[in-house]
Design a binder for this molecule. Structure first.
Ligand code: NAG
Ligand code: NAG
Ligand code: NAG
Ligand code: NAG
Ligand code: NAG
Ligand code: NAG
Ligand code: NAG
Ligand code: NAG
Length: 574
């Protein structure tokens, strides 16, 4: 594993080739895929205040739940039986205030029964010892619905709907956008804004902001209201509510859970999605749940969903996408988050709704690590920090026009670490503002781009991509750095098929067992459009210490490193 040890052992045959380099057989190579405009840097120091280092405050510890008097089965709920045995409800009820149902028995909503408290932030809380059952087409409507029992069962057609019934969002968040742009509310993802500001990148403009990252695993916040377009009237869609299913034993889930943001229409931003959390030992059924953002002039951000079920038997459908933006259809609200607590995997999925609005990923936990992170279907995940390590045990997987960005545009002064078994990119983009230290076993890129913007600042360290087993670029994939880039590994580097490219102002390839560059693929340093002043490679060998980029030992330092392209090939003895 350690490159130093490997290179000492392998130092039988050491070739240094250094020149402005075209490895490919055919020099024709389209550069249109590498859209520089998309990655341009528009300076301006005012945006510093705008960005800052992003560290939203954690919410205060939730207040201990009140223990009010429970309603009674026959008198208050017009049911049959007792909450300490079995209470069956056969008629629908409308409440105007919070409802607490507790007992040592079971609660059953017979088919087609509706319990409703359709007021913002109204609670319907059921905590019984044995079972809660919603019959076919039974419905519960409220701002917060919490069901706790040994078993919870939601039959086909049953529904818990907290859409647009949020109570107040946490006070320290800024989920509701200010101004009269009709922007979307934020929660798990930012709300969209249809405001166009030529002085900013599209992803620098958003509506309501995301909430604290801390509630990702145990979400229990309401969504935020969307903004309005009118000074006189508040047209914003309401935030999504909260749903909790908590079974000490098992959940049968054939129904639907909704905690979506409300629609703002053409005059208001969509509300952001709310929170849904499920805890059980076991779950069966193919139900569906959604904490998606509401549609509006600009769409609301998705909310947060967390599922903590040890034994899951069927696939359920989970939606946390942003709401549609009627005022700028290409920029929906940002996706919310779905955390699967048992494998500890995070999914950010925008259901193919295109967006320029980010879902913020903050600090990845170090102990224990997460297993996988998936960014899918047009979601944009951003780690807007000056320094960050994104480390997981398994995969970081980006697919279907996903974007993942590290750092702050205009402030490419930082270093980021990405550590995983595999980084899998399909039709997606990774952007780095600063330098990246990637360490994976396998990097696979399929019609994907990795764009490293060193910011024209030669203090920025060399980026280092290490893939110990394999790097494969296919279908016009590109790794592009406007600064120094080192790519190394002990296995193969394959650029297979035309249109693949690795290019950097200064490119160092080292330690690979084999490098295959098929016709039409390109390895290049320096960049074609480089002018004399842009990121002139530094003369490492003038340093007193041998640069680590050259992977010791010191005698390697005899290369002429004023040149932009370096290839080191080590041959194994037979
Ligand atoms: C509850 O309120 C809804 C809407 O106002 C109404 O349609 C329904 O009939 C009411 N149900 C009962 C049982 O009063
Ligand atoms: C349900 O009630 C019991 C006491 O009867 C309490 O210990 C438990 O924490 C409650 N569960 C929830 C989820 O509120
Ligand atoms: C809960 O479900 C399990 C199996 O799913 C069953 O064995 C148990 O008896 C049920 N408990 C109640 C109170 O219904
Ligand atoms: C859920 O509630 C929202 C807001 O009242 C409503 O617009 C929506 O139609 C409801 N969903 C279903 C499936 O009934
Ligand atoms: C479920 O209930 C248990 C015990 O009542 C409690 O410890 C746990 O925090 C609850 N889970 C959720 C997600 O509320
Ligand atoms: C999103 O796009 C992908 C690839 O184009 C497709 O496989 C998937 O079914 C789409 N999903 C939705 C929800 O439209
Ligand atoms: C890498 O390229 C070599 C030569 O073209 C080929 O034999 C090998 O299968 C390729 N590996 C992968 C994973 O594409
Ligand atoms: C490195 O090579 C370039 C081009 O051949 C040459 O001009 C330069 O003097 C060399 N530098 C050193 C330190 O040998």
């Amino acid at each position: 594993m350690a490159p130093a040890a490997a290179s000492l052992l392998l130092l039988q045959f050491f070739v240094v080739v250094a020149f402005g380099f075209w490895f490919a057989a055919t020099p024709c190579m389209s550069e249109t895929d590498l859209d520089d405009g998309e990655f341009s840097i528009s300076g301006g120091f005012d945006s510093f205040a705008y960005h800052g280092d992003y560290s939203p405050p954690s919410p205060p510890a939730p207040a201990p739940p009140p223990l009010p008097r429970s309603v009674t089965c026959e008198e208050d709920l017009k049911g049959v039986g007792s909450l300490d045995t079995v209470c069956k409800l056969s008629s629908s009820l409308n409440f105007t205030d919070h409802v607490y149902v507790a007992g040592s028995g079971s609660l059953v909503l017979l088919p087609d029964v509706t319990l409703s408290c359709a007021a913002s932030g109204c609670f319907i809380v059921v905590n019984v010892s044995h079972e809660i059952r919603l019959g076919e087409n039974a419905v519960i409507i409220a701002g917060t619905v919490s069901l706790a029992a040994e078993n919870v069962s939601l039959s086909y057609g049953s529904l818990i709907n907290t859409t647009a019934l949020a109570g107040p969002p946490p006070p320290e968040t800024s989920g509701t956008p200010s101004g009269v742009q009709g922007a979307g509310g934020g929660h798990g993802g930012r709300g969209a804004s249809c405001l166009s500001d030529n002085t900013k990148l599209p992803e620098d403009v958003w509506g309501g902001d995301a909430y604290s990252w801390a509630d990702l695993q145990n979400p229990w916040s309401y969504g935020s209201k969307g903004g309005t377009t009118s000074k006189e009237e508040n047209y914003g869609g309401e935030g999504g509510g909260r749903i909790e299913l908590n079974a000490t034993n098992s959940i049968e889930f054939y129904g639907t859970l909704l905690g979506e943001g409300g629609d703002g229409g053409i005059k208001g931003g969509g509300g952001s999605g709310g929170s849904i959390r499920i805890q059980a030992h076991r779950m069966v059924g193919d139900g569906a749940l959604s904490a998606s953002g509401g549609n509006g002039f600009a769409g609301g951000g998705g909310g947060r969903v967390s599922v903590n079920v040890f034994s899951r038997h069927d696939d359920i459908s989970i939606f946390v996408h942003g709401g549609r933006s009627l005022g700028c259809i290409e920029n929906s609200g940002a996706a919310g988050t779905y955390f699967d607590a048992v494998p500890r995997s995070l999914t950010v999925n925008n259901n193919n709704m295109s967006t320029n609005t980010d879902t913020l990923l903050m600090e990845f936990p170090k102990q224990p690590l997460w297993t996988n992170v998936y960014v899918q279907n047009c979601a944009r995940a951003s780690i807007p920090l000056f320094w960050s390590r994104a480390q997981v045990r398994g995969q970081i997987s980006l697919s279907c026009k996903a974007v993942m960005s590290f750092g702050l545009p205009h402030y490419a002064t930082s270093e980021f670490e990405l550590m995983a078994e595999e980084l899998l990119m399909s039709n997606s983009v990774v952007k780095i503002y600063g330098a990246l230290r990637m360490s994976v076993k396998i990097l696979l890129m399929w019609d994907s781009k990795m764009l490293i913007d060193g910011g024209g600042d030669d203090i920025v360290a060399t980026s280092s991509l290490e893939a110990s087993n394999l790097i494969v670029l296919k279908e016009s994939s590109a790794v592009h750095s406007n600064a120094n880039l080192e790519v190394h590994g002990q296995g193969f580097l394959n650029l297979s098929g035309p249109g693949n490219m690795i290019e950097a102002q200064r490119l160092i390839l080292s330690l690979f067992f084999g490098i295959y560059v098929e016709p039409g693929s390109v390895l290049r340093g320096p960049l074609e459009d480089a002018d004399d002043h842009s990121m002139t490679p530094r003369l490492y060998c003038e340093d007193r210490d041998c640069p680590r980029e050259l992977i010791h030992p010191p005698e390697d330092c005899n290369m002429n490193s004023s040149l932009a392209f370096t290839l080191q090939v080590f041959h194994l003895p037979d």
